[in-house]
Design a protein around this ligand. Structure first.
Ligand code: BTN
Length: 261
């Protein structure tokens, strides 16, 4: 159901029952990128769980220096966390699983994860996640999870993404409440983060939602390209790739292209 009043901050302030995620909230009508604002706030000592939401971003950031299209009607937010070095790799899993659960709960739609953290519907991207962190000495000063969900966007109106992206509106044929979606993402994210910190095997559920495993893939990281069968993921979320010679390589980051299902 579309929102009668699209003020996510007001909605979250009266509905969220989280311990710390979303207890401090900033909502902007238009900003360059929620990542920039989050970084500034985090450097100034913002509390763990602070959330920055934008109705529209003019300079949305994607992975690997790419741009992220972020018009009105979509959900664009950044969450400031202060994990230990040990918990940092789990943020990818925590964030993508929170989105998978939230989309299912709010719309009934099944999504899957393309390693490492794209949320997809039938091979089209519905959500992108960007994680940036800053280290101080030997510890993590802060990590920022940026989540962009194509909610009420009509991808056909954006030729630059129309063949690669989908939205909840496009999949369901009806608008979805950004307020409710945001509420569930943040609630699930806190739950998953606390469980991961307590030692839960988050990678198991993450792996179950992944459509990359068992497939013949190509992984690009900068100039380097690896090819093989995506065999499994490690507890820390790295991808184990078996090449044609039977060698197993652990991949930490990269862009996956599925060659054969
Ligand atoms: C990707 O798939 O390339 C990652 C996209 C991440 C987009 C989100 S939208 C909210 C936050 N602010 C940004 O500028 N980027 C992230």
């Amino acid at each position: 159901m579309p929102d009668k009043q699209d003020n996510i901050k007001t909605f979250l302030e009266s509905h969220l029952a989280t311990e710390f995620v979303g207890r401090q909230l900033y909502q902007y009508t238009t900003i360059t990128s929620t990542m920039d604002v989050a970084k500034e706030l985090a450097r100034d000592g913002a509390a763990e769980g602070t959330v920055i939401i934008a109705n529209k971003q003019t300079w949305g950031k994607g992975r690997a220096g790419r741009a992220w299209l972020s018009p009105e009607g979509n959900l664009a937010m950044s969450i400031i966390l202060r994990p230990s070095m040990e918990n940092l790799p789990q943020l990818i899993m925590v964030a993508s699983l929170a989105v998978v659960r939230a989309i299912k709960s709010v719309s009934g739609l099944e999504t899957h994860i393309k390693w490492p953290n794209d949320v997809m519907v039938k091979n089209k991207k519905i959500c992108g996640i960007l994680i940036e962190s800053e280290v101080k000495g030997t510890a993590i000063n802060f990590a920022i999870i940026g989540i962009g969900i194509n909610v009420n966007l009509n991808p056909v109106a954006f030729p630059e993404i129309s063949s690669l992206a989908t939205s909840l509106l496009q999949e369901l044929g009806t608008e979805v409440s950004r307020n409710e979606l945001c509420y569930v993402v943040l609630s699930e994210l806190e739950k998953l983060y606390l469980e991961a910190k307590a030692g839960a095997p988050t990678y198991k559920e993450w792996q179950q939602h992944m459509n990359t495993l068992g497939k013949s893939i190509r992984v690009k990281l900068g100039e380097s390209v690896e090819q093989g069968i995506a065999e499994s993921v490690t507890k820390g979320g790295n991808l184990m790739l078996r090449d044609a010679n039977g060698n197993l390589t652990e991949i930490i980051a990269g862009d996956v292209e599925i060659i054969k299902d």
